[in-house]
Design a protein around this ligand. Sequence first.
Ligand code: TMP
Length: 220
Amino acid sequence: MSNGGGLLQGLFISFEGIDGAGKSTHINGLAQAFRAQGRVVTLTREPGGTPLAETLRAMVLNDAMDAMTEALLVFAARRDHLRQVIEPALAQDQVVLCDRFTDATFAYQGGGRGFDLGLLSVLERMVQTTSIDTADLVRQPDVTVWFDLPAEIAAQRLAGTRVPDKFEAQPVEFFRRVSDGYRQRMLESPARFARIDANQTREAVWRDVLAALQGRACLA
Ligand code: TMP
């Protein structure tokens, strides 16, 4: 993050929310805003972001599997993504805008599927420690922008828009549990989270996203 003295350091921002919460246009808008301020931006997503991780993404989104297999595959994808894309970009002082990260695993596999949160925490610590020199540094986003939208409204927005993947086809109760999972993660790391009320016009959401990042001195 900016250190206040004008030197620009790597900045890692993740974007979260239930399916239908409307994060994509804002992520693209932020990439433009950072580039307009002279920053080099890496725009990426999870699961995905490398050839291997994109292959794992297709499996996770389309193939039937139990919750543990799902969790292991998203963390395997994350490990490759961190090593190949995120850590190198941060080492070059880039801005990394990542459409979903580990909070999604706690929300979807933990909240949605009911998978063991303690085991997810163990995997989080192992997977996000990427250098033996910094063994006690577990990589986390500097800021997580959470687009918070009631599950019922997200379901209305998604209805009929496209062929749903495995997650988008879940009932509204699943997404209520996913939302609860995100809320729990925010309670555990309140300084990292910027909660945005996504139940507003696109313009109002954009204004709030900009204000949240400006308030944290990420954007001028
Ligand atoms: P997307 O449609 O926003 O790209 O997200 C892909 C789907 O994968 C979305 O339904 C959430 C889900 N997902 C998980 O279940 N666990 C994870 O760790 C991540 C990153 C995504």
